[in-house]
Design a protein around this ligand. Structure first.
Ligand code: M6R
Length: 608
């Protein structure tokens, strides 16, 4: 989730690259850099921190040249640092590359090249690319890029320049966006349209494995077999603001739609059928896992809701007792923690004050701490014993959506990892769960196609003052998240209840017309949930239900039902939360609320 921009033409590249990067800074901002070719030499300037740091360096030491590539980074492999910043170069300093995405097999590729004498400076997966191109370079840059790419697994959008062919910019993508801008005798590449919108509105939208070769004389788009592809130019009509949001009205909506991709990214290289679960930044051993007597999952807000799911799945799959708590409560209640307890902290930002305090306290009590976070180099990632990164990319909207689903994926991965190590499940069952997880990106995509019903429901309900969310088991955990989302961005009061708890008090609030969102995706609890729905229906509630395809008996009991694609109920939270996010979003828009920046809230809560 970084940003790429590239230029070849007759103007000075440096200012064009930096201007493009400023439009991409919202995607990643832990470091930035440019590489420019001038008089046959490659000049690279890059540094940790915001783009302003790079601008300062370029002011002091300007780089001349009319062709170059630039990058703004959101760290995935390796801490934010000067050396880990892009562009990366080969050892000889003759080939330079910017990259978005993740090279899944970079460790294997690095080992192979190391054996052939290549030395690596950074901790990044990206550095493998210029070295691999170097390895294959036999006088034809395009050929070398094609060969290098054929060895790379994972997702990528890359821009390549080289002193060997100083009049050429080569780019390619797979599963990571990349566009090519067409100007008057000049060309641009960018990971997102806003980066080049001030330069041109005519772009080629690249498809996977299309290789673009740009010189000042022209452009060609080639297949892997070097056959020319004819593509239509797309004329961009959006304004810059809409373009930053990928054409969506708000960042939140964009981020909701990114969920299939981030679910996939978070599983990438970790969940592979037939192979043990691979958690590269987790060094806890089989023996240490067997010794764990209790797990505490601690977090705040949405991350806490992901923790509630974590409790269910770790207990079910790995048979370890789990307690889940809110960080601001946990830190002051003198919990019983010691070297036999494992603490898992979940934090999108990795900087939440209460969560960080819990982490420090746990370590002081000799508990091992696993951090689940979205930000490489964040405080929790630096201080925890082990880290499991959620690869959601930068989340801009204050209301968390895509980070939450990746936290759920992290919980499933940890549960399966423990189950595998403790042998609490047969291997076939683990394989079954892995395969079921790998289907989730497509299932999430299906849910996103079905927005009409949500919009219809929201237009009937946006003027209400109260709503209830009900569920049992995992559905209850998702109900909590749905209810929080509604409160946060639409300012409608809502409560989430475990459906069986209703008759112990809150049912007194149900009257004619009360809006109830009922989640009924858990098949073993389905009949019990239907009974609870009947209890509110008989008191006049207006019930909107979520159920898995095939469970249509629910139609007799509720006012309307939205069916979700069939998944194993264990993983239903990953897709059932999507309609709830969309519902809150749609209601907030109809109420003209400031969706991305709700009142009184901040993205990162670094104070107590
Ligand atoms: O960065 P963190 O995950 O630690 O943040 C925790 C909460 O502050 C956060 O999830 C908050 O509840 C969001 N606004 C939810 O949308």
């Amino acid at each position: 989730m970084c940003g790429i921009v590239g230029y070849i033409g007759k103007r000075q590249a440096s200012s064009i690259l930096v201007e493009g990067l400023t439009k991409l800074e919202y995607r990643g901002y832990d470091s930035a850099g440019v590489a420019i070719i001038h008089n046959g030499c490659l000049d690279v300037t890059k540094c940790k921190g915001r783009l302003a740091n790079l601008e300062k360096r370029l002011e002091i030491n300007p780089i001349e040249g009319t062709m170059g590539i630039g990058h703004t980074r959101w760290a995935t492999h390796g801490e934010p640092s000067d050396v880990n910043s892009h562009p990366h170069t080969n050892q000889k300093g003759t080939i330079s590359v910017v990259h978005n995405g993740i090279i899944e097999n970079y460790i294997q590729l690095r080992e192979k090249l190391t054996k052939k004498g290549y030395k690596f400076l950074s901790e990044t997966d990206t550095e493998i690319i210029p070295q691999l191109i170097d390895y294959y370079y036999k006088g034809d840059l395009v050929e070398a890029v094609i060969k290098a790419v054929s060895k790379m697994e994972g997702s990528y959008a890359i821009g390549v320049i080289s002193t060997y062919e100083p009049d050429k910019l080569v780019a390619v993508r797979k599963d990571s966006p990349m566009v090519v801008g067409v100007g008057d005798g000049e060309y641009f590449i960018a990971s997102d349209i806003p980066a080049i919108l001030n330069q041109t509105r005519d772009v080629y939208l690249l498809d996977d494995k299309e290789f673009v070769v740009m010189t000042t004389d022209g452009i060609s788009i080639l297949t892997e077999e070097k056959e020319e592809i004819q593509k239509e130019i797309y004329h961009v009509t959006w304004n810059t603001d809409a373009a930053e949001k990928g054409g969506y009205e708000h960042f939140m909506l964009k981020e909701i739609h990114e969920q299939p991709k981030v679910i996939k990214d978070t599983m990438l290289s970790r969940i592979i059928p037939g192979k043990p679960i691979n958690l590269d930044k987790i060094s806890i051993t089989k023996e240490q896992i067997k010794d764990i007597e209790k797990i505490f999952i601690v977090a705040c807000g949405t991350a806490y809701h992901a923790g509630v799911i974590g409790k269910y799945v770790i207990e079910k799959l790995a048979r370890i007792p789990v307690e889940v708590d809110i960080a601001s409560e946990f830190r002051y209640r003198k919990p019983i923690i010691n070297e036999k307890t494992l603490v898992i902290v979940i934090s999108q930002s990795g900087e939440t004050a209460d969560t960080l305090a819990v982490l420090r306290d746990a370590k002081a009590h000799k508990s091992r701490v696993i951090a689940v976070t979205n930000v490489v180099g964040s405080s929790v990632s630096r201080e925890a014993d082990d880290v499991l990164y959620t690869w959601a990319g930068p989340e801009i909207a204050v209301a968390s959506t895509k980070a939450y689903v990746t936290q759920l994926i992290a919980m499933y991965i940890i549960a399966l990892f423990f189950a595998e190590n403790k042998q609490t499940l047969y291997q076939e069952k683990i394989e079954y769960y892995k395969n079921a997880m790998l289907e989730l990106p497509n299932k999430a995509e299906e849910v996103l196609k079905n927005k009409e019903q949500i919009q219809k429901f929201s237009s009937k309900t946006y003027m209400y003052k109260d709503m209830f969310y009900l569920g049992r088991g995992l559905d209850y955990a998702v109900a909590m998240e749905g209810s929080l989302k509604l409160k946060e961005i639409s300012y409608i009061h809502s409560e989430a209840y475990a459906a069986g708890e209703l008759k112990h008090g809150p049912i007194a609030l149900i009257e004619k017309g009360t809006i109830v969102i009922a989640l009924a995706t858990q098949e073993d609890l389905f009949e019990k949930m239907v009974s609870n729905i009947k209890e509110v229906k008989t008191r006049g509630a207006n019930v909107f239900a979520l159920a898995l395809e095939g469970n249509d008996t629910i139609e007799k009991t509720v006012d309307s039902v939205l069916y979700l694609p069939k998944v194993d109920p264990l993983f239903a939270p990953v897709i059932s939360v999507i309609p709830l996010q969309l519902l809150s979003y749609s209601i907030a828009v109809q109420k003209a609320c400031d969706v991305d920046k709700p009142r009184n809230l901040a993205k990162s809560v670094t104070v107590e």
